[in-house]
Design a protein around this ligand. Structure first.
Ligand SMILES: NC(=O)c1ccc[n+]([C@@H]2O[C@H](COP(=O)([O-])OP(=O)(O)OC[C@H]3O[C@@H](n4cnc5c(N)ncnc54)[C@H](OP(=O)(O)O)[C@@H]3O)[C@@H](O)[C@H]2O)c1
Length: 340
């Protein structure tokens, strides 16, 4: 059999899909679009087009990434090129300064206008904290108006999210950066329950408990920073952080399969049952090819399960709401929502 040409698209039928509780199918890999403050909006918009050409159909966007207008031009071109809208999966997210009851619908409308779409497949509340900080600020930056998580307030935001579904502006709604105690309250009170929870997931931060909770409650886990975010901004780096792509277990498996350690992280993520959304302007093709090539063995899957280091990279310090707190307070580590 002749080998497919180097620029031929990956076989779409081979790309795994996740079935959401609504019955909708979401591609089990998406392209991340946060340029970490050093990749320009135009470069990312080019990657979106390039990724669609090789077979990506799922794109993880957000208003705060500051590039939805450029990505919108790419979406228009992709659709004009013959890919049907219902074969694309486009996610966007409500930023933290738009949790107000009058802001949610307007903010979604703006993302739709920027992305040049009539509807989104998925709209997420980006963080459960309504705390605004300027883009690019450092980890020590605190908003004087920062607030803790207050469930009644979050539900006011969620009611507007539900309205977006009623209005046909979005097909699914979901959460991001939630914890089990917060999700329990939301699942109790939601009229339309979240279809997904987007969360940090990579071999050094596997979050087994939250991962299981999300699946057991009929949601899909979408995994951000699936490669360990090697290009993340300085403000998201601490000396304790580790790099999954440098882990000997990952490096050995990569050598065995003849692929980059980053591609091993993506293969593992898809095989484990999460939906990774790797960012890439140079390697998106390799990541997609990786998930349709020979799978990791059960021994390799076990070897990766054993290297979890509980190493959270995106700690969220800027969301802290009072002096003297540490980032752990954002993540309800003792099983209860951290009191105000
Ligand atoms: N919901 C949230 O709060 C949240 C938070 C963080 C991130 N996210 C989303 O998750 C996405 C992914 O996270 P991320 O961008 O922080 O990190 P990531 O996907 O873990 O890492 C991206 C980096 O890995 C490199 N890379 C990708 N594939 C590679 C390969 N096969 N070989 C070598 N290097 C490779 C990329 O370089 P090249 O560009 O050179 O290929 C880029 O520097 C974001 O873009 C965003 O959409 C969401």
């Amino acid at each position: 059999m002749s080998k497919p040409a180097a620029d031929a698209p990956v076989d779409l039928a081979a790309i795994p899909q996740r079935t959401l509780y609504t019955g909708a199918r979401m591609p089990a890999i998406g392209l991340g679009t946060f340029g970490s403050d050093h990749v320009t909006a135009n470069e990312i918009a080019e990657s979106v087009k390039g990724a669609a050409a090789v077979g990506y159909r799922h794109f993880d966007c957000a208003s705060v990434y500051g590039n939805e207008p450029e990505i919108g031009a790419s979406c228009e071109e992709i659709l004009r090129g013959g890919i049907r809208r219902n074969d694309l999966w486009i996610t966007s997210k409500l930023w933290n300064d738009k949790h107000g009851e009058d802001d949610v619908i307007a903010s979604c409308r703006q993302s739709l206008a920027d992305l040049r779409l009539r509807y989104l497949d998925l709209y997420l509340v980006h963080w459960p904290f309504p705390n605004f900080h300027p883009p690019g600020c450092d980890a020590a930056s605190r908003s004087p108006d920062a607030k803790p998580y207050v469930h009644e307030n979050f539900m006011k935001t969620w009611r507007r999210m539900e309205e977006l579904v009623d209005m046909g502006m979005v097909r699914h709604i979901g959460t991001s950066n939630m914890t089990i105690p917060k999700l329990k309250l939301l699942l109790r009170d939601a009229r339309i329950k979240p279809a997904v929870n987007e969360m940090e997931l990579h071999p050094h931060f596997q979050q087994p408990e939250l991962f299981k909770f999300v699946l057991d409650n009929g949601m899909q886990p979408i995994g951000f920073c699936p490669i360990g975010s090697p290009g993340r901004p300085e403000r998201d780096r601490t000396p304790e952080d580790t790099a999954p792509t440098e882990d000997p277990a990952i490096v050995n498996i990569a050598r065995r399969h003849g692929i980059h350690p980053a591609a091993v992280c993506i293969k593992w993520a898809v095989q484990r049952g999460q939906t990774p959304i790797p960012f890439s302007v140079h390697h998106y093709r390799a990541n997609l090819e990786g998930i349709v090539s020979d799978p990791l063995t059960s021994g390799e899957m076990r070897a990766i399960a054993a290297i979890d280091r509980n190493c959270r990279l995106i700690k969220g310090q800027v969301f802290l709401w009072k002096e003297g707190q540490s980032w752990e307070d954002l993540w309800d580590l003792n099983g209860e929502i951290t009191p105000p």
